[in-house]
Design a protein around this ligand. Structure first.
Ligand SMILES: [Zn+2]
Length: 105
């Protein structure tokens, strides 16, 4: 399984160096809007509950914690902090979404 070897909060986003050799930058607000916690996405239906316009343009992550060996949790400047971002999800975003900038070293 691919896991982060290093995580940095940069000026533009969360930068994750994965142990497969690619380093990906996830813009803060973009990542905030991907939150899939029960307050942001309705569990049964998958309906989005998050009011996107209520998330400040300049929201950033101030802190992260590692959740077990499979996910990251971020604390955002808009006060939100319940979202869990599994590594699998972060890797999928890196692969499928142009908002995430990856470089291979
Ligand atoms: Zn959330």
């Amino acid at each position: 399984m691919t896991i982060p070897s290093q995580i940095n909060m940069t000026g533009v986003g969360v930068q994750i160096a994965w142990d497969d050799g690619q380093t990906c930058t996830y813009p803060y607000r973009y990542l905030r809007l991907q939150c899939a916690c029960a307050a942001c996405v309705e569990e049964m239906t998958g309906r989005a509950l998050l009011n996107v316009s209520a998330v400040p343009e300049d929201v950033i992550a101030v802190e992260y914690i590692e959740v077990g060996k499979y996910a990251l949790q971020f604390l955002w400047t808009d006060g939100h902090g319940t979202g869990i971002y599994p590594f699998k999800m972060l890797l999928k975003l890196a692969e499928n979404d142009d908002a995430v900038i990856c470089e291979t070293s």
